[in-house]
Unconditional design. Structure first.
Ligand SMILES: Cc1cc2ncn([C@H]3O[C@H](COP(=O)(O)O)[C@@H](O)[C@H]3O)c2cc1C
Ligand SMILES: O=C(O)c1cccnc1
Length: 338
């Protein structure tokens, strides 16, 4: 679907009309859950996950049929500053690998029964180095937000977004610091394996970016434009599109969560349709989830991005919905209630 905005003001206007969850579907799911053949509360977080999904789909006995995974790829000016353990050409090389089916996310999407696609965002035109200028112009930001919006399948009943972009843990650290405050060191981590002096240099790059743009960071959209990148913006646009269509979202790692956090800083309820799929080994991801009040479903020590943790969590959601919608009630099964 074409994005309903062609300017940043138009993008901001979307937040004025976001749909809420269907409270009656939640009530139906809660009432059904109380009748199911298990001790009350014994499926723990799976029960809450079922209520959450029921509410956003407007169906008290929901099923998951069409999960969609979209990977957004972008290149970063700051990659030239030695902030990654890998060279910037890996971004386009990995896009080819996604298309050929050879990446981790291809395997995990297949196992999860999810349709996966890749969107390249001007890979031959990296963003500007944010220590020297805003990463994107307004037009570039709008285009990336719209690309994210338009990548979402209207018929999907779950969205997962992921990213590929050498240097993007640096951009995500800068965005997180811009949104929530704190020092560059609080938010900067190892990414692809940056340690020692290189990690100190990466932290300095984030600090330089924060210093250059310090006067403009009160506005979350400006934080994204000045310190983010195209794939971060596209993820934000896709997650917002999902909200507008009441499509539930599972968030991935540090970079995905930093992108999503932009939406929450614009409107605190903007991520109510999203759950955290996992907590990444990237140092500051847990802190970012805490700021958003999200408890991760999985903690597997992943530090890859590409939506891998979120796609693994689709299996947990499938389990939650299979129980909510498929279990017999005490009456149906002739099991005595406690
Ligand atoms: C082969 C390869 C595959 C990847 N898949 C995801 N990433 C992850 O690593 C990058 C972020 O780390 P940094 O900020 O240190 O560059 C992103 O592209 C992210 O998706 C990969 C990185 C590499 C090298
Ligand atoms: O958590 C992530 O998203 C992540 C961590 C390290 C490298 N790439 C991505």
């Amino acid at each position: 679907m074409q994005a309903p905005f062609t300017s940043l003001d138009g993008f901001r206007a979307v937040f004025n009309a976001l749909p809420q969850r269907d409270a009656s579907a939640v009530q139906t799911a809660i009432a059904r859950n109380e009748q199911l053949t298990k001790p009350k509360g014994s499926l723990g977080q799976l029960e809450d996950l079922g209520f959450w999904y029921a509410g956003w789909r407007g169906d008290g006995r929901p099923s998951l049929e069409r999960p969609q995974v979209v990977i957004f790829a972008g290149n970063h000016g700051i990659a030239a500053r030695g902030v990654s353990a890998f060279p910037p050409e890996v971004t386009v090389q990995m896009v080819a690998n996604f298309r050929a089916g050879g990446a981790a996310i291809n395997q995990l999407s297949r196992v999860a029964g999810a349709a996966m696609s890749v969107v390249e965002l001007d890979l031959d035109r990296p963003t500007a180095d944010f220590t020297k200028a805003p990463a994107m112009t307004e037009a570039e930001l709008v285009a990336a937000l719209a690309a994210g919006w338009e990548a979402v399948d209207d018929d999907a009943d779950l969205l997962v977004v992921g990213e590929m972009g050498i240097g993007n843990t640096t951009a995500a650290a800068a965005v997180a610091a811009g949104l929530f405050g704190g020092s560059a060191a609080d938010w900067t981590g190892c990414g692809t394996g940056v340690v020692g002096d290189a990690l100190a240099g990466k932290t300095r790059v984030v600090a330089e970016g924060l210093a250059l743009h310090a006067e403009h960071l009160a506005d979350p959209v400006e934080v994204l434009r000045r310190l983010g990148g195209r794939e971060l913006a596209a993820m934000a646009g896709a997650i917002l599109r999902a909200r507008a269509g009441r499509i539930p979202v599972i968030l991935d790692g540090f970079i995905c969560t930093a992108s999503a956090a932009v939406l929450a800083r614009i409107a605190p309820h903007a991520l109510d349709h999203a759950v955290a799929g996992h907590v990444s080994a990237e140092g500051a991801h847990r802190a970012l989830l805490d700021r958003l009040g999200k408890e991760p479903l999985l903690n597997l020590g992943l530090r890859l991005g590409e939506a891998t943790g979120a796609v693994l969590a689709i299996g947990v959601l499938r389990g939650a919905l299979a129980c909510l919608s498929g279990m017999a009630t005490f009456a149906e099964a002739g099991v005595s209630k406690g």
